[in-house]
Design a protein. Structure first.
Length: 98
């Protein structure tokens, strides 16, 4: 993620907090209650986002892990492409024996 993306997301969250605060006031909450509930929603959203991040880390579904797997697959495919038909046949027999 680029630096400008992080700034834009932070600014968006800031604006969303203000909009939620104004919506709570429009519904009829006083200033203190609207502030508390808008902060509670923003903190709850942050906690949920953090949990989804931790789940992706635990499940190894991060971009880095996917790039490593793609690289390993490409290296394996290249070595298979460079094998002669005799070598491929020998490899296939070894795999069938196991």
């Amino acid at each position: 993620m680029r630096r400008i993306d992080v700034i834009a997301i932070g600014f968006g969250v800031f604006i969303a907090g203000g909009v939620v605060y104004m919506l709570f006031q429009a519904v009829g909450f006083d200033q203190i209650s609207a502030g508390i509930w808008s902060q509670a929603l923003l903190v709850g959203g942050l906690v949920v986002w953090t949990l989804t991040y931790l789940l992706r880390v635990a499940g190894q579904k991060m971009t880095y892990n996917q790039q490593i797997q793609d690289y390993k697959d490409a290296v394996l495919q290249k070595s298979l492409d460079e094998m002669t038909p005799e070598e491929l046949e020998k490899l296939q027999k070894e795999i069938e024996q196991q």
